[in-house]
Design a binder for this molecule. Sequence first.
Ligand SMILES: Cc1cc2nc3c(=O)[nH]c(=O)nc-3n(C[C@H](O)[C@H](O)[C@H](O)COP(=O)(O)OP(=O)(O)OC[C@H]3O[C@@H](n4cnc5c(N)ncnc54)[C@H](O)[C@@H]3O)c2cc1C
Length: 426
Amino acid sequence: MHDSTADALIVGAGPYGLSTAAHLGNLGLDVRVIGTPMEFWDTGMPRGMFLKSEPFASSLGAPVAGATFTDRHPGWRAGRPIPLRTFVEYGRWFAETHVPDTEDAQVVRVERDDRRDDYAVELSTGEVARARAVVLAIGVRAFAHTPAELAALPAELATHSVAHRDLSRFEGQDVAVIGAGQSALETAVLLADAGARPQVLARTQRLAWNAVPVPSPSLADRAVRGPHSGLGRGYRTWIWSEHPWATRLLPDGARRHLVRTTMGPAGAWWLRDRLDHRVHVMTGRVVTGAEEAGGKAVVATTGREGDRWEHKVDHVIAATGYIPDLDRIGILAPELRERVRLTHGSPVLGGYFDSSLPKLYFTGLAAAASFGPVMRFVHGADFTARRIAAHIAARAKSGSVSSKSSVTRADDARDAPPYAGTTPPG
Ligand SMILES: Cc1cc2nc3c(=O)[nH]c(=O)nc-3n(C[C@H](O)[C@H](O)[C@H](O)COP(=O)(O)OP(=O)(O)OC[C@H]3O[C@@H](n4cnc5c(N)ncnc54)[C@H](O)[C@@H]3O)c2cc1C
C-alpha cells in the first residue's frame, strides 16, 4: 500500500505502458504501473498467431541499450515471423528487467482533484492511489468495433475477434469471418487449422498482401522505392513511421486522411500460402444485416451489382478492428471525460501526448489521431515513452511535479521537432 502521491501513475502494462514506465523510472521519478504485463497480448489474441510486424519493429522502448527484441533474440533475422508466445515472453522479460514493480490490479476509476492539482485513481484492490500525472496506456480492447449490421445476433452467435484466444471451440463448425485485414485472414487460417470451416466475407474487391521484405536492398532499389522503416517501404511511410511528430504538424484534414487511409487492410506476406482451399474467401461482399434462424446466424451481404446473398453459419467473428472513442474509456469519471478536448472521438494531444487536462496523457491507438498510424503499432512505443517522460520530468524539475530523486536526464533531444503548436514542457 502506498501512502504518498506518485509522480506518475500508468494505467496498463502493455508495450506503451511498460516503455513509458522504463523511461520515467530512469529519470528518477516515482512511478506506479497498474496492470498485468502483456495481458492483452496473452488473452486478446488467438493462440498460434504470429506478429505481422518485423523483428526490428517489435521492440518496447527502454532508455538503456540491450532491451530490443533482437537484443533478446540475437540472430532473429528480418522476414522470420515472430510467434505470439515469443513476443509475450519478450514483453514479460522487459517488464521484469526494466519495470519490476508493476502492480497486478485494474484501475476502475480516474478522477481529478483540481484543488490538489492531482488525480485520485481507484484500483480493483479498493485502494485510492494519488498521482500528479496519469498516463492512459490502455491499448485497444475498449475500442473493439463490431458493425451495427450484426447487432441483432446474440453473443453466442456473433463475437469480435478480440474475444478469441482459443479457436478450437469452433472445430467442425461453419464460421463467417468479417474483414479483410491481417486479423480476419489469420483468424480464418487458424480456424481452418482448428478443424472449422471458415468463410471470409470481405468488403474489398480483392485481398491485399504486404510485400515480401528484401533483406539487403541495393542502393538503387533503396533510392527508387525508399527506405525501409517500421511501417514498411517508401519515403512517406518512413516519415510517418520514424518521425511521428511530423504528423501532428499536418493540417487537421490531411492528418485525418492520413490516419484513415495509411496501412489499410492487408495480410502479411507469410500468411498468403497458408490461406488455401480450406478457407472460402468472398470479396466484394458488404454486410447489410444479420439475424438468428433456428440457432444459426444468417448474414446478408450485397455485392457490387446489387446481388444479395445469405450466409448461414454457426458463428460470426467480426475481425473489424478498433475505433478510438473516449466515451468508451469507462474508467474516466464523466466530468473528467467532458473536459478532454476531442477530435472525432480521440483526444487532441500536444507534442508530448498531453491532453487538455493537466498531466493527463494518452498513448497508443488513442494517440493515433494526433501522431498518426505508427501509434497503432508497437513501433511507436519508444517515441511516445521518451516524449511523455521528458514532459513529466521537465515539470518535476520546474516544481510542478516533484520527483523522488533528482532528475538525471531530461534530455529528449532525439527526434526533437520544432515545437510549433505543441505544449512546451514546464
Ligand atoms: C490480433 C492483433 C494482432 C496485432 N499484431 C501486431 C503486430 O504484429 N505488431 C504490432 O506492432 N502491433 C500489432 N497489433 C496492435 C497492438 O495491439 C498494438 O501495437 C499494441 O498492443 C499497443 O500497445 P499498447 O500498450 O498500447 O496496448 P496493449 O498491448 O493492449 O496494452 C494495454 C494494456 O492495458 C491494460 N489495461 C486496460 N485497461 C486497464 C485498466 N483499467 N487497468 C489496468 N490495466 C488496464 C490491458 O490489460 C493491456 O494489457 C495487433 C493487434 C491485434 C488485435
